[in-house]
Design a protein around this ligand. Structure first.
Ligand SMILES: Cc1cc2nc3c(=O)[nH]c(=O)nc-3n(C[C@H](O)[C@H](O)[C@H](O)COP(=O)(O)OP(=O)(O)OC[C@H]3O[C@@H](n4cnc5c(N)ncnc54)[C@H](O)[C@@H]3O)c2cc1C
Length: 471
């Protein structure tokens, strides 16, 4: 069926060139960074303002057509794949930096602003926006808010939601709401700002974001600890935290990841190591020096064969860039790279690593692990080939074991990548039936027909398939 009327109405609403319905264009929007999910949207719309977003959402609501908000599609959980067809709504044109408020220490941006661009703008003024997902050079603030993205500085500074204090959003019926603002404190009713944070585009389309800023730390130092034993590295993490040292960054790489990153980035990582810890601390010079020295001492006591403290900021930046390249480096090894997001209390890291290694061995798979170890957030990454059905089944079974182990250790199925399509079947393991029922009730209240990003988060979605078919 061809719904040319809807396409025409969308063209009237946002301008003809911002509505893409040719198959070649739609194909580009059928993917995100998660390898296992693909679905063609029926039409792609690129609005330039909140008013245009409202117009598109109203047209979709009138016809019962799904709308899938999209930033840069770097999410790793199938979040922007239009599983039930409909409209993919790209927020990339809404990329204006609206305000830097030097008195209140806030920044207000449109959702399509790239995270690294926000960093650059505020750091030029001696201010600091801490959240920095590994995808910082590409991801958008809208996507960061919708996933409540974490990143390499989460250990000391927390995640995106810890900085979002105000939002404007378009609800599934096209109404606009404004939540929060620039107030440091605001308890006027339910916290709708934080309800939207991490809602994965299922409750509203974020069209404006206000974040709080910090003063830019004066000093920063990076250190690298090299181990011949994986568990010694994990134990070092547990002891650093228990020792009340809270570095800005405490990242872990296992041997497979080290080898892949070194082959990709050539930064001089020791490829004979079984594990590396990459640690960064920022703040006043004296405290940075004290914390790095104390953490280095713990690493040595736990068996690190070498601890190198970065001599220059450039050296530190190079090591951090290498860590950010981990996924890209691993993705070169085999046709399909499946990265997961199991997270446990930091005191259970050693057990979690054992569980990952056990699952890999039992199912005869290559799983490399890296991640934000200081947050207890590991990224077991399976190098596989989705065309091999027998292997794909083993991959599924291994990740099921990994998720179960995370839950048994008091952890969660996702620390920062969201549920999306990838983990919806496991949601109940974490929340229990009552928890899922509460979340479903919230979704039903705001989006009774499940038109906004349908199929995501919840194991049972409305089976409504799409709507606009060309041809
Ligand atoms: C190499 C690499 C490294 C990564 N490292 C990290 C990391 O360290 N930490 C981390 O947390 N994540 C990481 N990610 C995952 C991903 O980058 C983040 O989730 C990021 O926040 C997604 O931003 P995006 O603009 O690409 O959003 P998208 O992928 O386009 O969208 C993500 C979700 O948000 C929704 N959405 C997008 N825009 C809006 C909006 N304006 N309103 C409402 N909903 C919206 C979408 O529907 C989707 O559900 C990484 C990904 C890659 C590829």
């Amino acid at each position: 069926m061809k719904d040319t009327q809807l396409v025409e109405a969308l063209r009237d609403a946002v301008g003809s060139q911002w509505v893409l319905d040719a198959e070649v264009d739609r194909t580009v929007y059928a993917y995100d960074a998660s390898p296992r999910h693909r679905a063609l949207p029926d039409v792609v719309v690129l609005p330039a303002s909140t008013g245009e977003v409202q117009a598109v959402v109203r047209l979709a609501a009138e016809r019962g057509v799904p709308v899938v908000p999209r930033g840069q599609a770097t999410n790793l959980s199938g979040g922007t794949v239009p599983a039930e067809g409909g409209i993919v709504l790209s927020l990339n044109r809404m990329n204006r930096f609206l305000e830097l408020d030097r008195e209140n220490l806030t920044a207000t941006v449109e959702p399509g602003v790239i995270t690294a661009e926000l960093h650059r703008r505020v750091e030029a003024e001696g201010l600091f926006y801490p959240p920095d997902p590994g995808s910082v050079a590409v991801s958008t603030l809208g996507g960061n808010v919708a996933e409540n993205a974490g990143g390499l500085r989460g250990l000391k500074y927390g995640v995106t939601g810890d900085y979002v204090i105000g939002l404007e959003a378009v609800l599934p019926d096209g109404d606009r709401i404004v939540t929060g603002g620039k107030n440091v404190k605001d308890v006027a009713g339910y916290d709708l700002t934080q309800l939207l944070v991490g809602s994965e585009g299922t409750l509203g389309i974020v069209t404006r974001i206000t974040v709080r800023l910090l003063p830019l730390p004066a000093h920063r130092q990076v250190a690298l600890a090299v181990y011949h034993d994986l568990e010694q590295a994990a134990r070092s993490v547990e002891r650093i935290i228990a020792g009340r040292i809270i570095p800005a960054t405490l990242e872990f790489l296992d041997r497979g990841t080290i080898e892949a990153v070194e082959a990709f980035a050539h930064v001089g990582l020791p490829t004979d190591a079984e594990a590396l810890l990459l640690l960064a601390q920022d703040g006043p010079e004296e405290q940075v020096a004290r914390d790095v020295a104390a953490a280095a001492a713990i690493c040595r006591e736990e068996g690190a064969v070498r601890v190198e403290v970065g001599r220059t900021p450039e050296e530190g930046d190079r090591l951090m860039a290498a860590r950010r390249a981990a996924l890209s480096a691993l993705a070169r090894m085999r046709p399909t790279t499946i990265l997961e997001d199991a997270t446990v209390p930091r005191s259970r890291l050693v057990e979690m690593l054992r569980a990952i290694q056990g699952a890999a061995a039992r199912h005869r798979l290559t799983i490399c692990t890296f991640g934000h170890a200081g947050d207890g957030n590991l990224h077991p990454t399976c190098l596989t080939d989705e065309r091999d059905e027998e292997e794909a089944e083993r991959v599924e079974a291994a990740f099921e074991e990994i998720f179960r182990a995370a839950i048994e250790l008091g952890g969660t199925i996702t620390g920062e990548h969201g549920v999306g399509l990838s983990k919806r079947e496991y949601l109940e393991w974490k929340l229990g039936p009552a928890g899922v029922a509460v979340m479903t009730a919230i979704k039903d209240a705001l989006d009774p027909r499940h038109l906004l990003n349908p199929g995501k988060i919840f194991p049972r979605s409305t089976p409504r398939r799409l709507v606009v078919r060309q041809g």
